[in-house]
Ligand binder design. Structure first.
Ligand SMILES: Cc1cc2nc3c(=O)[nH]c(=O)nc-3n(C[C@H](O)[C@H](O)[C@H](O)COP(=O)(O)OP(=O)(O)OC[C@H]3O[C@@H](n4cnc5c(N)ncnc54)[C@H](O)[C@@H]3O)c2cc1C
Length: 294
């Protein structure tokens, strides 16, 4: 492990990777680090930029960018309806318990998961005593004793080759790596799913209380869950970068990791999926290395 060190290039001899060139950001000294196996796990944008900068450019590299879109709203819970479920005493005890740890802004998180075909979206409901933004004290729902829920539906972005990150060989970024331009658009079918999610959110929120922030679609990229830019696939057919064990097609010892590998649309946090893929890839890597050294 090296702190303040940037990997600049993946070095190779034909289809075999020999190691990486790293730069110490304090001294700007560069050094070659030899390796039997290189794993690139530098997030869904910077991971593909490294092979690109190193002349490793499968056609799918950086393409098929996805995230999940987020339709969100905030509701002040309706006291009359909530008091059918929770007594005033119970609410008082819960508020007292929560007051012991006022630094924690969210009291509870619940989810309704994705399921096809009936619920092709996933819902996250976060309960808190206060709204997640300053609410005008004059607002009729300000200081609501029953609290608020911030509710968001995650909506699929279906992978398309048109969506992705384009790397520029001539224009470099602040680290002198290829500059990035995001190319990304929603399709009609995605707009339809977003409309469906917005309607569902409106229905769910109205069942719980009064909206203090109306259902709305957050701007592209707001999920912070970027995927697909180094997607795995069953075959080396230009629609994927890596095989099902995260090994870059056409290279003996180059492996990729992280959310960029996720090849399909999802509607929720991707990290656990990436961890599962990494475990599978790591087991295979151990086998490959053992086999190579035998
Ligand atoms: C604010 C926020 C909240 C989130 N909340 C959740 C959540 O609740 N649940 C969830 O599942 N996911 C969440 N995510 C997503 C989660 O953080 C990512 O899925 C996860 O971090 C991806 O792991 P990774 O190892 O692929 O990439 P990263 O964690 O981004 O790690 C990549 C690392 O590579 C380094 N790097 C990049 N380029 C180079 C280079 N050239 N040389 C050397 N190092 C380099 C970076 O500095 C970084 O340390 C959240 C993300 C954000 C931003």
């Amino acid at each position: 492990m090296r702190d303040l060190t940037l990997v600049r290039r993946i070095e190779r001899d034909g289809t075999r990777v020999t190691g990486v060139t790293v730069e110490d950001l304090r001294t700007h000294e560069q050094e070659f680090v030899p390796a039997d196996l290189v794993v690139v796990a530098a997030d869904a944008f910077r991971s593909p930029s490294l092979p690109w900068a190193s002349g490793i450019r499968p056609r799918a590299l950086g393409r098929y960018l996805t995230e999940h879109h987020v339709v969100i709203g905030t509701v002040a819970l309706d006291g009359e309806r909530m008091s059918r479920l929770v007594t005033d005493d119970e609410l008082g005890r819960e508020l007292a318990r929560r007051a012991q740890n006022p630094a924690d802004p969210v009291g509870a998180v619940n989810r309704i998961p994705f399921s096809e075909p009936d619920h092709p979206i996933s819902l996250q409901v976060m309960y808190a005593e206060n709204p997640p933004f300053p609410l005008d004290p004059e607002h009729p729902a300000a200081g609501n004793r029953w609290g608020y829920v911030n509710m968001g539906y995650g909506v699929r972005k279906h992978p398309r080759v048109e969506d992705g990150v384009r790397f520029d060989d001539d224009e470099l970024d602040y680290r002198a790596l290829p500059n990035m331009t995001i190319e990304y658009a929603l399709t009609d079918s995605e707009d339809e799913e977003i409309e469906f999610a917005t309607g569902m959110l409106r229905r769910a929120g109205n069942a719980l209380g009064t909206f203090v922030a109306d259902p709305r679609l957050l701007p592209n990229g707001s999920s912070l869950h970027y995927m697909g830019t180094m997607r795995m696939g069953e075959a080396d057919d230009d629609t994927s970068v890596a095989d099902p064990y995260s090994r870059v097609w056409g290279y003996e010892n180059l492996v990729v990791g992280g959310n960029g590998l996720i090849p399909t649309a999802n509607t929720m946090n991707p990290t656990l999926t990436s961890v599962a893929l990494a475990v599978r890839g790591a087991r295979q890597a151990v086998e490959d290395l053992t086999h190579a050294s035998a």
